[in-house]
Design a protein around this ligand. Structure first.
Ligand code: FVH
Length: 286
């Protein structure tokens, strides 16, 4: 029989997690602060705990997915010694380490995780969740956790590391997406529709941007920024054009202006003949 689990928090993500556990045959107990969110899960076989203490004393792994870490001190203070908690709430590395420390003092086994997916992707074979915490706890529950994310990755004993990976990748996603939206806004001022640009935007991502990821990561580690045939001095002209066209077309120029400022700063410091990778130095100087 599959291991039992308890899911605390039935927002969009907690509900998706509970559904995936149920779908994989895990006896699933659920709890939510505000009543009324468990009906569909109960119809699917979940047991709704009468209150938080009943949820915390149900058998099996306790999976927490709340809005933030604010309720964690209370929650861990009420968790029985010997239980294992895995928190999948988004938070800082410090919040995760504080929770782990409190759990340790209470004799509660503690893992922290970061979900790198939206609710519809939960339960997928490649869905990524980062985990950190005691290896023995992770190994004990690895199979159960595979029900929510087939691509789960254990990063090591530091419970703060999943949050570090999360914040680095989420920022990358937002700025990449914002860059696309800026381009769509600019194209629209010349009556080019999103669907017309789409095939080229997708190819641009795959053929030009994706190959830059390992190159830029290696340059960030080495501190060496080869020009790769596109020196920063040369690129500054295109960046000025991006800013100027944004202004003239009535699209917010804050992104190109920021890029120009970072690039000029690096050129002043002698990186003009080098590549785009040196901009990480400007970010580190702030
Ligand atoms: N949904 C997503 O796309 C993202 C994907 C990546 C990871 N996030 C993180 O997951 C956490 C939960 O997100 P969510 O989508 O489930 O969020 P909501 O639908 O807004 O539900 C929030 C739940 O948290 C409960 N809650 C809030 N404060 C408290 C509290 N003080 N004590 C107990 N529970 C609390 C809330 O309960 P209620 O308002 O219904 O009573 C919901 O169950 C989040 O960290 C994302 O960043 C999701």
């Amino acid at each position: 029989m599959s291991a039992p689990v308890t899911v605390l928090g039935l927002g969009n993500m907690g509900t998706a997690l509970a559904k995936a556990f149920l779908g994989a045959g895990h006896p699933t107990t659920v709890w939510n602060r505000t009543p009324g969110k468990a009906a569909e899960l109960v119809a699917g076989g979940a047991v709704e705990a009468t209150d938080l203490d009943a949820a915390l004393t149900a058998d099996g792994l306790i999976v927490v997915c709340l809005l933030d870490y604010e309720p964690m001190a209370d929650l861990l203070g009420r968790t029985p010694a010997g239980a294992t908690v895995v928190t999948l709430t988004t938070g800082s590395a410090q919040a995760a380490r504080d929770a782990a420390e409190l759990a340790g003092r209470r004799g509660v086994h503690y893992l922290d995780g970061a979900i790198m997916a939206v609710p519809a992707q939960i339960g997928g074979p490649q869905t990524l969740i980062f985990y950190g915490g005691p290896e023995a706890s992770y190994q004990e529950h690895q199979q159960t956790l595979a029900a929510i994310a087939g691509g789960g990755v254990y990063l090591g004993p530091d419970t703060g590391l999943p949050a570090v990976y999360d914040i680095a990748l989420i920022g990358f996603m937002w700025i990449t997406v914002l860059g696309l939206q800026h381009g769509l806004a600019l194209a629209a001022t010349e009556k080019v529709r999103g669907e017309e640009l789409l095939p080229y935007a997708s190819a641009w991502l795959e053929q030009v941007i994706t190959p830059l990821v390992p190159e830029l990561a290696a340059q960030a580690d080495s501190g060496e920024y080869p020009d790769g045939g596109s020196a920063l001095d040369m690129q500054l002209h295109g960046m000025h054009l991006w800013a100027q066209v944004s202004r003239s077309q009535g699209v917010d120029p804050v992104l190109p202006d920021y890029l120009v400022r970072l690039t000029e700063q690096m050129i002043e410091q002698g990186h003009g003949p080098g590549g785009f990778g040196s901009l990480i130095e400007a970010l580190r100087q702030r």
